[in-house]
Design a protein around this ligand. Structure first.
Ligand SMILES: Nc1nc2c(ncn2[C@@H]2O[C@H](COP(=O)(O)OP(=O)(O)OP(=O)(O)O)[C@@H](O)[C@H]2O)c(=O)[nH]1
Ligand SMILES: [Mg+2]
Length: 459
């Protein structure tokens, strides 16, 4: 990938909006703007990081394309570390495209996905874990997911990684002294002391690694499937959790045929909630097919929400659904609590002794917060709920930290066995490399391509 040319892209989302932004980065940014931007003052006299009013004019046709505001952010104090021009124009797709094509004609090239951030990384404006946090911030599905991304962008994870690195370098220095001057009388800490120091780092790494489950849940979310016989109120429950009338609800059993999926925010967790067709002995081929699909869907769900109708007696269908899901991560909901209670908790106790049923009314919105609490605790157990700021959310980071911890364990083993210190030193050096992968000091082009290709264009 070329780094010395000038790139441009529309940085605002597709579609119409009040304002649209075109971003240009690279050495020719100012030259391109000089060609297209007309105002009373000369661009050369513009102060960096100030907004100026003017017009974008097509140099070939001498026509005004739009009235705009532009900002020059001169290097090195810009997002990419290069000269950046941002054109704030009216947010119509035709206007934006017309201005972008003039910018391209004037010498820029279309930016690839994530290329602005890639340049920021290559120019040391941020490290790789911070660059990934930029993408996570944009993709965040809940406020909690956003908080975690911001913490990474602020460099909290990078700082922690650097702290691990300096501890390892300290140990490595001790080992290397004994390798370099074996005959000299240099005091090397006792083997057990050295092993103890390595163990401390391993313990800290393992603690950080234990946050990954939670981090992944808040960043990527989980899937929950609502299941039950027809007419118990599954669709009503989805609508209620979503806060809008998304699914058709009628008193006719068999109303829902296909899966309906929506993401809802349950206590900071993005939950992909699926409403399903009611499970029953299907009468026709369409329904049979639908029910088959429900069983399949249930087998891959992170959480199953079993819904029963509290105003009716338990049926064979209810029992079949309970039986097939009781060993899974499930919540048991008794709906229609506003009607006369026919079902009792005691009755259910014999089938599901370990699960406390929750009475709700999907129709009137009763008992929903207890259900949300239960879904949250099914996913994140009490001990998992870390309040610390540093939480691992990214598989790549998790893998690198695991590898680091394994290499440190190997080094510790070698120290304890009294094997020549070269071996432990080698393991420690490899562990440093593995930590370096997180912040991007030891990654190759291929990894960078993979990471930045998931970004949006213009970021
Ligand atoms: N009284 C009362 N009625 C409810 C409640 N929840 C749902 N209903 C009613 O029960 C009927 C069925 O509701 P749905 O949400 O369509 O039930 P479903 O489980 O999706 O049904 P299928 O799609 O046919 O499997 C509708 O008439 C709802 O208004 C509730 O909490 N209380
Ligand atoms: Mg339904």
């Amino acid at each position: 990938m070329k780094l010395n040319d000038t790139i441009a892209a529309i940085s605002t989302p597709a579609g119409a909006g009040g304002i649209g932004i075109i971003r240009i980065s690279g050495p020719a940014s100012e030259e391109i703007s000089r060609l297209l931007f007309k105002s009373r003052r000369k661009i050369d006299h513009f102060k960096t990081h100030h907004l100026y009013h003017g017009e974008i004019v097509s140099p070939e046709k001498y026509t005004v394309l739009d009235e705009v505001l532009i900002t020059i952010m001169r290097k090195p104090h810009s997002y990419t570390g290069e000269d950046i021009i941002e054109i704030n124009c009216h947010g119509g797709p035709i206007i934006l495209q017309a201005i972008l094509s003039e910018v391209i004609k004037a010498g820029a090239r279309h930016a690839e996905p994530g290329e602005f951030t890639r340049r920021a990384f290559l120019n040391n404006r941020l490290d790789l874990s911070q660059a990934e946090a930029v993408s996570d911030m944009i993709a965040a599905k809940t406020d909690r997911g956003l908080d975690l991304a911001i913490s990474h962008l602020k460099g909290n994870l990078s700082e922690k990684v650097q702290a691990f690195r300096s501890s390892i370098i300290g140990i490595l220095a001790l080992l290397e002294t004994s390798i370099d001057f074996p005959e000299e009388d240099i005091e090397i800490p006792l083997t057990s002391n050295l092993a103890g120091k390595i163990q401390l780092i391993i313990d800290e790494l393992r603690e950080l690694l234990s946050t990954y489950h939670e981090g992944k849940v808040y960043r990527d979310g989980i899937s929950a499937v609502i299941a039950g016989k027809p007419n118990v109120g599954k669709s009503s429950l989805l609508n209620r959790l979503l806060g809008e009338k998304r699914v058709i609800v009628t008193p006719i059993p068999g109303t829902t045929r296909d899966f309906i999926e929506e993401v809802v925010n349950i206590k900071g967790i993005p939950v992909k909630l699926t409403d399903t067709a009611g499970i029953r002995d299907a009468e026709n081929i369409i329904e049979k097919e639908g029910v088959e699909l429900v069983w399949k869907k249930l087998s891959s769900a992170d959480v199953v929400i079993i819904v029963l109708d509290g105003s009716e007696k338990l049926t064979g269908e209810d029992l079949e659904i309970i039986k097939k899901n009781k060993s899974r991560n499930c919540a048991l909901v008794i709906n229609k609590s506003d009607l006369t209670h026919i079902l009792t908790d005691q009755e259910l106790d014999s089938f599901l002794p370990d699960i406390r049923p929750l009475w709700i009314s999907a129709k009137y919105g009763e008992g929903l917060s207890a259900l949300k609490d239960q879904i949250h605790s099914l996913i994140i157990s009490g001990t998992d709920d870390h309040r610390s700021e540093i939480i691992i959310t990214n598989l790549r980071h998790n893998t690198a930290l695991e590898k680091t911890a394994d290499l440190l364990s190997k080094a510790r083993g070698n120290v304890l066995e009294g094997i020549s210190p070269e071996f432990a030193a080698l393991d420690l050096r490899e562990s440093l490399e593995s930590l370096g992968e997180i912040v991007g000091e030891t990654v190759n082009e291929e990894v960078l391509d993979r990471i930045f290709s998931t970004f949006c264009i213009g970021k």
